[in-house]
Structures are given as structure tokens and as C-alpha cells.
Design a protein around this ligand. Structure first.
Ligand SMILES: [Zn+2]
Length: 62
């Protein structure tokens, strides 16, 4: 049987990863481009890194 890892071990090894406080899943960071229509009628694109888990994957991936 695999050795049980403590939460501290996991978080120190995977400091760049984040766990969703709601579902306890590891968040997958994806580059998400959002298009925003300005008042002038032009489209602006904003890219951001979004952490995706089962709570919001439906909204992010559409
Ligand atoms: Zn979640």
C-alpha cells in the first residue's frame, strides 16, 4: 500500500498547484480569453489564467 501523504507534504511539493476549497479538486490553470465589447463597439480581448475545477468547468469550457 502506498504511503499516506500528509497535506503538508503535498502542498510543499506542489506549491504551484491550488486546491479548490469547495470540491477539494486540484485546480487546472488554463489560459482563458474573454472578449469584452467596449462602449465604442470595439472588441477587446483579455487573457487571464483561470483555475478550473468541477465547480466552474461548465462555465469556463462552455
Ligand atoms: Zn471546485
Amino acid at each position: 500500500m502506498a504511503k499516506k501523504q500528509s497535506f503538508a507534504d503535498k502542498s510543499s511539493k506542489r506549491a504551484h498547484q491550488m486546491i479548490c476549497p469547495v470540491c477539494q479538486e486540484t485546480l487546472q490553470f488554463v489560459k482563458f480569453t474573454k472578449s469584452i465589447k467596449t462602449d465604442a463597439g470595439a472588441w477587446k480581448f483579455r487573457t487571464q489564467n483561470v483555475g478550473v475545477c468541477k465547480c466552474n468547468q461548465a462555465e469556463v469550457y462552455g
